[in-house]
Design a protein around this ligand. Structure first.
Ligand code: OAD
Ligand code: ZN
Length: 239
């Protein structure tokens, strides 16, 4: 299979794409949801109840990120954007920012980003680097309100949904990497793409929950499989 420059390509990623960068996934053995209850650290109710605990969780995520670098899977996705240019859209559920670090320009971070937070009182957005993280509950320099991480929690509406639905409908190829396919709405976009006649491709260590919507499934580690696939797709390898 070979892509042309006219093909519209969408890549959707999840935590599995960052596993080889040393970041824990959520649902694998040893994943984050083994040690934390989702509702405690990833819901507005959890934050209301115990903001210091939620902040402790996200400060740990930030700490893990300090030494994390993009891996070959991120760079393969960057290569796809370089090939397809404006016909390429990257959608990610990840909040780690590693796709931006790998050089991808058009990244729709549907679950927000760890390197930003916002004020619950005045709604000002802050880069995490601008914020004094030493208090248990960081506050807004402008109004003194409580800051929360700018990540999307369960029960909240993800970012960019209209645009993601649009590019999913228009896609010629819809490629999903490193996600268990259990969290909605992220898991439904492959269905939209398939209904609109895209070729749908999955690269994942295990079968995702929404496997039925994929035309092709490549089982294994993204960092090992994806670079070869991308080279094939963009014609850097003779078939
Ligand atoms: P999960 O932890 O649910 O799934 C990660 C998937 O990646 C699993 O299916 C693994 O088999 C696969 N995987 C692990 N290592 C891999 C590797 N090296 N190469 C390829 N695949 C690998 O993570 P997500 O699907 O991203 O949401 O989770 C979705 C959402 O649930 C997250 O965005 C987060 C979480 O709760 C919020 O916090 C709102
Ligand atoms: Zn404020």
């Amino acid at each position: 299979m070979k892509f042309t420059k006219d093909d519209k390509i969408v890549v959707l990623t999840g935590a599995g794409v960052s596993a080889e960068s040393g970041l824990q996934t959520f649902r694998d053995a040893g994943g984050l949801w083994e040690n934390y209850r989702v509702e405690d650290v990833s819901s507005p109710e959890g934050f209301d109840k115990n903001p210091a605990f939620v902040w402790k969780f996200y400060k740990e995520r930030l700490k893990q990120l300090e030494n994390a670098q993009p891996n070959p899977a991120h760079f393969a996705i960057k290569k796809l954007e370089d090939f397809a240019k404006d016909n390429f859209t990257l959608v990610t559920q990840n909040i780690d920012g590693l796709h931006r670090k790998a050089g991808n320009k058009r990244v729709l971070e549907m679950h927000g980003a760890l390197d930003r937070c916002r004020c619950l009182k005045c709604n000002e957005y802050w880069l995490i680097s601008q914020v004094d993280l030493s208090p248990d509950i960081p506050t807004c320099e402008k109004c003194g309100g409580i800051l929360r991480p700018d990540v999307v929690w369960f029960g909240e509406v993800p970012y960019h949904l209209n645009e993601i639905a649009k590019v999913s409908r228009e896609a010629d190829y819809f490629i999903v990497v490193g996600t268990s396919g259990v969290v909605y709405p992220a898991a439904m976009f492959v269905q939209i793409a398939k209904d609109s006649k895209a070729t749908t491709i999955c690269v994942n260590k295990e079968e995702p929950a929404n496997l039925v919507f994929f035309d092709e499934f490549y089982k294994g580690k993204a960092g090992e499989i994806l670079p070869k696939l991308v080279d094939e797709w963009i014609g850097e390898v003779k078939e």
